[in-house]
Design a protein around this ligand. Structure first.
Ligand code: E4P
Length: 215
């Protein structure tokens, strides 16, 4: 499973790259707003830093507007993937963009049938939002499981990119289900490495090492 980092913060992305845990990046308007920087500057910097795909989202909600924004975003760098919302106009745009050879990430997916539509439109990635579904007492990972099942049954080329990841168990479940990618907030990447027994064990080894006679 590939690890993308769900962030528009260049510092976080650099740290994830140094850890070898950044196969790509996903951004969204809220993440960009959090940086307080211009989107064009941030996107140029991230696409130059990261060799893998970098998702950048359109904000238009009509086909013509999406196409205009998508073409401009795709010109920024070869590794840009255009993020399009899962609405009817968005699906139309995905189809048109696929015909132009522009890769897409269909975002805000909350059901397996929505994911089926994204695949039929020719999306490169679909982003099921597991955390936000859990927040409303639904089962985000059950949705991912059904999407994986449907995509495998029909051999769709669209990749399942698990999004709205909130904690390490989401990452574990995404990997167990055979999702292609999980896009993970930087804080959660840190949590994945931590285990209290590792910490206790290391402390004990270092303390015992102090007792070993040195040359
Ligand atoms: C995905 O591409 C989105 O940027 C992201 O995963 C949304 O996560 P959130 O629900 O934590 O905002």
């Amino acid at each position: 499973m590939q690890f993308f980092i769900d962030s528009a913060d260049v510092g976080e992305i650099q740290k994830a790259l140094a850890m070898g845990l950044c196969d790509g990046v996903t951004t969204n308007p809220s993440l960009v707003a959090r940086t307080g920087r211009k989107f064009s500057e941030v996107l140029k910097e991230i696409t130059a830093l990261v060799p893998g795909p970098v998702s950048a989202e359109v904000t238009a909600v009509d086909h013509a507007g999406m196409m205009k924004e998508a073409r401009a975003l795709a010109k920024v760098a070869d590794n840009v993937v255009v993020k399009v919302p899962l609405i009817v106009e968005g699906l139309r745009a995905v189809r048109s963009l696929a015909a132009e050879g522009i890769r897409t990430n269909v975002t805000l997916c909350f059901s397996p049938v929505q994911a089926l539509l994204a695949a039929k439109a020719g999306a490169t990635y679909v982003s099921p939002f597991v955390g936000r579904l859990d927040d409303v007492s639904e089962d985000g990972m059950a949705m991912v499981s059904q999407i994986v099942e449907i995509y495998r049954s029909y051999d769709f080329a669209t990749k399942v990119l698990v999004a709205s990841v909130r904690h390490p168990v989401h990452v574990l479940e995404a990997a167990r289900l055979g999702a292609d990618v999980a896009t993970i907030p930087f804080a959660v990447i840190g949590q994945l490495a931590n285990h209290p027994l590792t910490e206790i064990g290391l402390k004990k080894f270092l303390a015992d090492w102090e007792k070993v006679p040195k040359e």
